[in-house]
Design a protein around this ligand. Structure first.
Ligand code: NAD
Ligand code: ZN
Ligand code: ZN
Length: 280
């Protein structure tokens, strides 16, 4: 592990040691905070500070307290992506990433309006993910995963204010993964995006930008069991709802839906993807 990337470093980045343990129970182990964590200090690596079982930590933003070793154990059980989530209030520290396999996100604009949004055209997002082998981050590493219903087509109203140029049908944006020899790597930050999509954003324009961030962080899909089909080891949506019907609403994932904007923004936020991610 490079310096600053060890699990202990991640814990110490987002939690500070509390001198006097408050009269509360640890939300992870349910033991009183004045008693030590039942987890043991992992074998120390060179140059790193270890965490003792007595250490009580406080999250730097939300202020919740728990055993630092309990938090360390929880972190080591997860994807170890350098981010922490407070188990009390779900506040995310750092950048949460997911396990979405490599693929392509394409964005087009089409002239036709969506039901409920008669004044504007439509943004069409196309997700393509090919089948492959599961990585260590997936439920059954080394086993194949399937991809049903891809490419998946999704729709957003294209009501960006301040957009000067119409570019009906033009392809304007692609995000993908670089496939390095060693596995997956995200495209570097600052990958060119369509200028027209970043100026004078409307709420839905902002949703599109946040979906791009979520894609880059591998949060849109995951590998698991489909609740629709029951199939295991397949690529499924990961809790950020998309509208997959344009002119009909047979599945309930179509328009009109006056609550969609609020719902998708809160689903994005629960994965740590917020307006703040769009600030330079
Ligand atoms: P899933 O069934 O495990 O559901 C995960 C989440 O996605 C749930 O929150 C659910 O509400 C939402 N969801 C379910 N159906 C959706 C839809 N049509 N559009 C948008 N959101 C939807 O996840 P999954 O297996 O990835 O999604 C199931 C959907 O995927 C199917 O309804 C279908 O559209 C598509 N699919 C197509 C085929 C095919 O062969 N054409 C096969 C499997 C799935
Ligand atoms: Zn504990
Ligand atoms: Zn908290």
């Amino acid at each position: 592990q490079p310096p600053g990337q060890r699990s202990e470093d991640v814990i110490q980045r987002y939690m500070e040691v509390v001198a006097d343990a408050p009269e509360e129970d640890c939300i992870i182990c349910m033991e009183q905070l004045s008693n030590p964590s039942s987890y043991e200090t992992p074998p120390s690596e060179e140059g790193g500070q270890s965490i003792v079982p007595e250490a009580v930590g406080k999250f730097i933003k939300c202020g919740h307290t728990l055993h630092m070793l309990c938090m360390l154990a929880m972190y080591n059980n997860g994807t170890k992506d350098g981010s922490l989530q407070c188990p009390s209030c779900k506040t995310i520290y750092g950048e949460k990433t997911g396990t979405q396999p490599k693929g392509k996100m394409e964005i087009y604009s089409v002239g036709q309006s969506l039901p409920g949004h008669p004044d504007c055209g439509t943004i069409q997002i196309i997700y393509s993910i090919p089948p492959g082998l599961q990585g260590p981050e997936h439920p059954n590493p080394g086993q194949p995963f399937t991809c049903r219903g891809f490419p998946r087509f999704c729709f957003l109203p294209d009501n960006n204010k301040g957009r000067k140029v119409k570019h009906g049908g033009d392809f304007c944006f692609t995000l993908g993964f670089n496939h390095k020899r060693s596995g997956l790597s995200l495209l570097p930050a600052g990958t060119p995006t369509c200028r027209l999509h970043t100026r004078g954003l409307s709420a839905h324009g902002q949703v599109l930008e946040l979906l791009k961030v979520a894609w880059m962080r591998r949060l849109i899909f995951t590998v698991g069991t489909s609740s629709t089909t029951g199939e295991h080891d397949t690529v499924v949506w990961n809790g950020i709802h998309h509208k997959t019907e344009m002119m009909s609403n047979l599945s309930g994932h179509g328009y009109p839906d006056p609550n969609y904007l609020d719902n998708v923004l809160s689903e994005l936020a629960s994965q740590g993807v917020t307006e703040d991610c769009l600030k330079p």
